[in-house]
Design a protein around this ligand. Structure first.
Ligand code: OGA
Ligand code: MN
Length: 292
């Protein structure tokens, strides 16, 4: 079988079928998925429940795996692999977390528009999120197209931001949510990094407006001016016409390119169980840095 694509939104999200991603994939299939990720930026695989081993095997075809925020606060983990992120409101012993549990802050932080691990170098390339248990209401995930966002910027804004860089910091979104209980060592575990606001994707050739909640300052501006500019750009990038909302079904795997999109979870009742599992690759090419 070969990969087959059905667009869900023109040029941004496609449903991918024809491949059994729980099985080992040949080179042709892997390259076809990468090409599809260039042509779109989000792929939806339906009815493909993966166990942990299968999810890790699938993710590794696309690069080395990222650990993300686990570098800051390790803590108890439910999975066999540190590289699998536990995107759930469930504690290590399998119970639904109480509202006060630290895990819930992570759930809420994921409801802010972000690009996974944009706060580190290398940053994340592909995230692959598999739905295990979904709530009856809410808990969708939205994706915003940062290529369309760039294309639709007014010319004067394009000129203003052309050579600007933003500072991305891992704990900025946590601090915003009042989650400040970190030691000095934890605060420095992932030092802030800078990324150009405007980037050209080396594979698709398209320009990208690289913003998101981890971006907290603009290099060369006061904190206030930079932060306001970033808020304006984020508001622009997440207008409805650039956004796709995914309604989860158990067994879905959604794959997105963090260098070309933002995403956020949507509200759900924290008393209801919601369990997803994510594997993420690191970006390996360095042309953004070369261009920076
Ligand atoms: C993630 C994430 C949002 C959601 O898995 O990286 O941000 O809807 N998820 O759970
Ligand atoms: Mn995320």
């Amino acid at each position: 079988m070969a990969l087959s694509l059905t667009p869900l939104t023109p040029g941004f999200v496609a449903e991918a079928s024809g491949l059994d991603i729980s099985r080992p994939l040949d080179e042709v299939s892997v390259r076809a998925i990468e090409k599809a990720m260039d042509d779109y930026a989000v792929l939806v695989f339906r009815d493909q429940p993966l166990d942990q081993d299968q999810q890790i095997r699938f993710a590794k075809y696309f690069g080395p795996l990222d650990l993300g925020l686990r570098k800051v606060k390790g803590g108890a983990h439910r999975f066999d692999y540190a590289e699998l992120a536990d995107i759930s409101n469930v504690t290590a012993d399998g119970a639904v977390a109480g509202r006060e549990h630290a895990k819930i802050v992570g759930n809420i932080a994921n409801q802010l528009w972000h690009s996974d691990s944009s706060f580190q170098r290398p940053r994340a390339k592909y995230s692959m999120l598999s739905a295990v248990v979904v709530p009856g209401h809410g808990g969708e995930t939205e994706f915003a197209d940062l290529r369309a966002a760039y294309d639709h910027l007014p010319a004067d804004m394009k000129a203003t931001i052309r050579d600007l860089k933003a500072v991305h910091y891992a704990l900025h979104s946590r601090f915003l949510l009042g989650d400040t209980d970190y030691t000095e060592a934890q605060r420095q575990a992932i030092p802030a990094v800078q990324w150009p606001l405007v980037q050209t994707d080396p594979r698709s050739g398209r320009k990208i407006l690289f913003v998101g909640i981890h971006a907290c300052e603009v290099v060369g501006m006061t904190v206030a001016e930079g932060r306001m500019l970033l808020l304006d750009l984020l508001e622009h990038a997440t207008q409805r016409e650039f956004v796709y909302r995914h309604h989860w079904r158990v067994g879905d795997l959604v794959m997105w390119d963090n260098t070309a999109t933002l995403h956020r979870g949507r509200r759900f009742d924290f008393g209801q169980r919601r369990e997803l599992r994510r594997a993420t690759t690191e970006e390996v090419q360095t042309s953004i840095e070369a261009a920076a």
